[in-house]
Write a protein that binds this ligand. Structure first.
Ligand SMILES: *[C@@H]1O[C@H](CO)[C@@H](O)[C@H](O)[C@H]1NC(C)=O
Ligand SMILES: *[C@@H]1O[C@H](CO)[C@@H](O)[C@H](O)[C@H]1NC(C)=O
Ligand SMILES: *[C@@H]1O[C@H](CO)[C@@H](O)[C@H](O)[C@H]1NC(C)=O
Ligand SMILES: *[C@@H]1O[C@H](CO)[C@@H](O)[C@H](O)[C@H]1NC(C)=O
Ligand SMILES: *[C@@H]1O[C@H](CO)[C@@H](O)[C@H](O)[C@H]1NC(C)=O
Ligand SMILES: *[C@@H]1O[C@H](CO)[C@@H](O)[C@H](O)[C@H]1NC(C)=O
Ligand SMILES: *[C@@H]1O[C@H](CO)[C@@H](O)[C@H](O)[C@H]1NC(C)=O
Ligand SMILES: *[C@@H]1O[C@H](CO)[C@@H](O)[C@H](O)[C@H]1NC(C)=O
Length: 534
């Protein structure tokens, strides 16, 4: 079946090699015991938590325990200056907090200071936490149905007249496989929900000896933060949610209706390209207006839809399709300053040239060649972030009827909200195929009077989580403040800003919130140009 991309709602951090640390070498326990791991000064531990928090004392007889994988960039101060852990979630759902802190821990410690442990945890079911979320018994079975990342792309629902029906059937098949595999492996998927991940955060803080939680969550991490603050308002130490989901759309698998600023990011690409000129943006000939470039992209789409391009590269083989083209464009909108726009311009120019050279853009979506073994799933790193996304996001949400007419109408609506509705409507389709839900999962209402007011961060043009989501969420948490970041891209990690960093630090250290209406700018410098000279 076709695959889907979830990069849109997650932070892409560098992938940490699976064999860089042997998680099997440390055991899971109720108390934290740290071992050096990855590169100094990082340390790892595994914490046991109940899969089902409602069973209380009868943990031994119940469905059992999950083991959470934790990594910390340790504090580096005397005991009396120590301020405890800051937990980080990078998004998804399904992204590894361990991988994020292995790559970003040092820079986050630079923001918050050496008083804190900067802690990445793989939420239950994700990454190196066990049991993993998996719909398949073996990697070979998985490879037959869904490609490895980064080849996971949303199928465009514009691509064929029956794309919605085909997509739904494919997602229903995945849902059936999830049920079949879950029944054979102990029925754990129903516990892989955000409310339980929030309970795990309190367990982690308590294992550090703290009753109050300090947390920074980006993208989906904002749902985890909102959920935590609603369930445990008295345990809010400091909570920063950044790139804020509107919980109403999340619980209704309706993110496609939320992306009201996505087309502003699209416009920024075409405007920036037209004014940068061919030396910095080779997709323009120097005479084109922004509207010309938008037409040129549409024509390119029609050409690839009619005649997709086969590729054989070192390490991969496949076809560059219309869906792949749409996904590579969408991806670039999330991190435009980190070379996203510049890369897209070069890739589109090569594709639009007489040679129809797709190799640059294909590099973004190509799957490594699968090497077949029939070995059972590894304990660590079982499943894929696609399966984790489905189990968590769809398990959290209200059921979606697999009603094809309604889903067709939903897709048409989504294309009115944004020009990439053909991709984003998949977020609802996938949940229409998934049926593992607890009836007591927390699904709102979101909001509480928290013991400390929370800090929200929203970008002026965020393609996935518009500023409006932060503003709406703020009304649900009395005393909270929205810090606005005048930037394009997803979450405040899109570009460096000493202003944002200073506000995050003042809040974490002193509880100081920015004044209402504070707007931060990107740091000046060549690194932050949308189209730097090539
Ligand atoms: C879960 O952890 C608790 C506390 O460590 C332990 O008593 C219990 O035996 C564990 N349950 C299982 C099924 O391993
Ligand atoms: C910890 O602090 C000491 C003393 O200031 C310093 O020499 C050392 O480099 C610090 N370690 C890290 C990992 O930053
Ligand atoms: C720009 O447009 C003019 C007039 O149509 C044309 O002569 C010229 O070749 C164009 N330049 C480029 C770089 O396409
Ligand atoms: C396609 O572009 C790549 C660089 O992105 C280049 O290495 C390759 O030679 C080009 N292929 C053809 C057939 O022009
Ligand atoms: C489509 O949008 C309209 C107007 O916002 C709304 O009333 C309707 O419920 C939507 N339909 C679907 C299937 O989402
Ligand atoms: C939820 O499920 C449990 C176990 O299946 C059942 O006993 C209970 O009645 C259900 N509650 C509601 C509100 O449906
Ligand atoms: C916060 O507290 C006020 C005053 O008690 C109450 O009116 C309000 O409903 C509370 N808000 C939330 C979201 O709990
Ligand atoms: C935190 O408060 C202390 C004491 O008022 C002050 O010296 C310090 O500059 C503040 N730190 C930040 C980051 O605002």
């Amino acid at each position: 079946m076709s695959s889907l991309l979830l990069r849109s709602f997650l932070l892409v951090s560098a992938v940490v090699a699976a064999d860089a640390f042997d998680w099997d070498s440390i055991s899971s326990a109720d108390a934290l015991s740290w071992t050096a791991c990855y590169d100094a000064p990082l340390e790892c531990a595994r914490l046991s938590v109940p899969l089902d928090y409602t069973t209380g004392a009868s943990r031994a007889e119940s469905v059992g325990n999950a083991s959470l994988a934790l990594v910390r960039f340790p504090a580096n101060v005397s005991a009396n200056e120590y301020r405890g852990p800051i937990l980080f979630n990078p998004g998804g759902p399904g992204e590894s907090g361990v991988s994020a802190i292995v790559s970003l821990g040092a820079s986050f410690a630079g923001i918050f200071g050496a008083q804190f442990d900067i802690v990445g945890f793989d939420p239950r079911g994700v990454g190196y936490s066990t049991p993993g979320i998996s719909f398949f018994a073996t990697a070979a079975e998985r490879a037959a149905l869904i490609p490895n990342p980064p080849a996971i792309v949303y199928p465009s629902l514009n691509a064929t007249p029956n794309a919605v029906g085909e997509g739904l059937a494919g997602y229903q098949l995945l849902g059936l496989l999830a049920e079949q595999n879950d029944a054979a492996t102990g029925g754990v998927l129903r516990y892989m929900t955000t409310d339980n991940a929030a309970r795990d955060m309190l367990s982690i803080a308590r294992a550090f000896g703290f009753e109050k939680v300090q947390y920074w969550g980006v993208s989906y991490g904002s749902m985890l933060g909102q959920t935590f603050a609603t369930l445990f308002p008295e345990n809010v130490g400091r909570v920063i949610i950044d790139g804020v989901f509107d919980a109403d759309t999340y619980y209704n698998s309706d993110q496609a209706s939320a992306v009201v600023d996505l087309d502003k990011a699209v416009q920024a690409f075409f405007d920036g390209c037209a004014s940068a000129g061919p030396a910095a943006c080779p997709f323009t000939d120097g005479n084109s207006t922004s509207a010309d470039l938008s037409d040129k992209f549409a024509q390119l789409g029609a050409s690839i839809m009619k005649a997709p391009i086969p590729l054989l590269t070192t390490g991969s083989r496949g076809i560059f399709t219309y869906s792949a083209l749409r996904n590579t464009f969408l991806d670039a909108l999330f991190a435009p300053y980190q070379g996203g726009f510049s890369f897209l311009a070069q890739g589109l120019a090569a594709l639009a040239s007489p040679a129809r050279n797709a190799s640059l853009l294909y590099g973004e979506v190509q799957a490594p060649i699968f090497e077949c073994t029939n070995e059972a799933e590894e304990v660590f790193g079982a499943g894929s972030n696609l399966e984790a996304y489905i189990a968590i996001a769809c398990g959290d949400a209200f059921p979606v009827e697999p009603d094809l007419d309604a889903l067709e109408a939903y897709y048409r609506n989504a294309t009115q909200v944004s020009s990439f509705g053909d991709l984003l409507a998949n977020v609802r389709l996938v949940c229409a195929g998934y049926n593992i839900r607890r009836n007591d999962t927390f699904r709102g209402p979101i909001g509480a009077n928290t013991s400390t007011p929370i800090l929200l961060v929203g970008n002026t043009i965020d393609p996935a989580t518009p500023l409006a989501g932060a503003q709406k969420t703020s009304t649900r948490f009395p005393g909270s403040v929205v810090l606005t970041f005048d930037a394009i891209g997803h979450t405040s990690l899109t570009a460096p800003s000493a202003c944002v960093a200073e506000h995050l630090r003042a809040y974490m250290l002193n509880g100081t919130l920015p004044k209402e209406g504070t707007v931060c700018q990107i740091d000046e410098g060549v690194d932050t140009e949308l189209f730097p000279a090539l």
